[in-house]
Design a protein around this ligand. Structure first.
Ligand code: NAP
Ligand code: MG
Length: 398
């Protein structure tokens, strides 16, 4: 069989533990037999991050910027226990955080739907994608618990130290709490830009929700920036594609999502997105059926699975057990990246391959060949990862 050719490479970011093992198996079973795979390889495994002083993460991010497309395996974010386990000299930062910082992107999480594995919400027929604005608000706030009665106010000093604004907050007693939060126009704009861009890419409606009826300056600012960008940069394109942009109050958006059949992108502020992305992924079944893509405001794409390195199964695998890790979201990270490469290079062949691989994967699951996480959701016996991958390969060959 003739291998499908790639014109330009994608950045490949390898990772840790169980997902590192499955990463290799996916390449060997599902990519290399069909594709003349071209990648720039960066080893983001924790050992190599330690060896390179985390320089490899920065180089990999630059490569995604340069090549326009990347695919990433899950990686360990070190904590105190990992420091000991891997003998680290420093508690290296989360690779995803570093990549997001360099690309200035927004993460979109989208469930992968399979016939026979029904979402908990019975009227959801299409995926619901969550876009979380992962910057600022309570995640970068200043907080204080009063230890005596007093007065709290919000004040703003200009560069010369002159107070140009003060507002009364409350009279407090001992044990009361206050918080100050912020966001930046630059970050909100880049979030909005990524959301509109992704909606055009996916040809899906975009909802943005906040609480501007209560927060008449802070949340209103988000709403205004989204609306301005829509009017000046995206309305024509949306109308041409027949998709819609809607602003909604967060509570009414939540109710609207529950009653909808899905098929939209829901852009959320930081905290809302934190909560809603876990709620949506749980309602769609398994974290291993959740794909994730980082989109930068200037149109660079990095694809990955939403789950982590599956540590518990890795230890069982190391003990010689056959484990049942679901590789679907990782396969979709590859197909997402390859389809995008195909689109950018004008290669129907490559995009077509990505589509066929996605269908083979979905059809395999729909036929009842499933891993441990999905087995209880469809009343089947689970198979191990390699059996699942071979079944997908058979479909690709058949
Ligand atoms: P996790 O690796 O996502 O695993 C959590 C649980 O979800 C697993 O114990 C397993 O449940 C289930 N699961 C996740 N992926 C699965 C798959 N593909 N197939 C079957 N079951 C799957 O999260 P974690 O245990 O919290 O984190 C482990 C490591 O991953 C940490 O070091 C963390 O830093 C890292 N992490 C990386 C990323 C990333 O790179 N994007 C994201 C999150 C976490 P059962 O217990 O039922 O088997
Ligand atoms: Mg969370």
């Amino acid at each position: 069989m003739e291998l499908i050719r790639m014109q330009n490479p994608i950045a490949e970011l390898d990772g840790d533990e169980m997902t590192r093992i499955v990463w290799k198996q996916i390449k060997e079973e599902l990519l290399l037999p069909f594709l003349e795979l071209k990648t720039e390889y960066y080893d983001l495994g924790l050992e190599n991050r330690e060896k390179t002083g985390d320089q490899v993460t920065i180089e990999a991010s630059e490569a995604i910027k340069r090549l326009g497309v990347g695919v990433k395996c899950a990686t360990i974010t070190p904590n105190a226990q990992r420091m000991k386990e891997y003998g680290l000299t420093r508690m290296w930062k989360s690779p995803n955080g570093t990549i997001r910082f360099i690309l200035d992107g927004t993460v979109f999480r989208k469930p992968i739907l399979v016939p026979g594995i029904a979402p908990l919400v019975s009227n959801w027929k299409k995926p619901i994608t969550i876009a979380r604005h992962a910057f600022g608000d309570i995640y970068r706030s200043a907080e204080y618990m009063a230890d005596r009665p007093g007065h709290a106010e919000l004040s703003y000093n200009d560069q010369n130290g002159e107070t140009v604004f003060t507002a009364n907050i409350a009279e407090l007693s001992e044990g009361d709490v206050i918080m100050g939060q912020f966001n930046t126009e630059r970050s909100i704009r880049s979030f909005a830009e990524s959301c509109f861009r992704y909606a055009v890419n996916e040809r899906e409606d975009l909802w943005f929700s906040a609480k501007d009826t209560i927060s008449k300056i802070y949340d209103q600012r988000f709403r205004d920036i989204f609306e301005e960008l829509y009017e000046t940069g995206y309305r024509k394109e949306f109308e041409r594609l027949g998709i819609k942009y809607r602003y909604m109050l967060i509570d009414s958006a939540a109710a609207g999502i529950m009653r909808s059949e899905g098929g939209m992108i829901w852009a959320c502020k930081n905290y809302d997105g934190d909560v809603m992305s876990d709620l949506i992924s749980a309602a769609f079944g398994s974290i291993a059926m959740m794909s994730s893509v980082l989109v930068s405001p200037d149109g660079k794409y990095e694809y990955e699975a939403a789950h982590g390195t599956v540590t518990d199964l890795y230890y069982r695998y190391k003990n010689g057990e056959k484990v049942s890790v679901n590789p679907t979201a990782m396969i979709f990270a590859w197909t997402g990246a390859l389809a995008k490469r195909g689109e950018l290079d004008g290669s129907r062949e490559l995009s077509g391959f990505a589509e066929r691989l996605e269908s083979a994967c979905i059809d395999t699951i729909a036929s009842g060949i499933v891993t441990g996480d999905l087995a209880p959701l469809c009343g089947r016996k689970p198979v191990d990862t390699m059996t699942f991958l071979s079944a997908v390969r058979k479909r690709m060959e058949g």
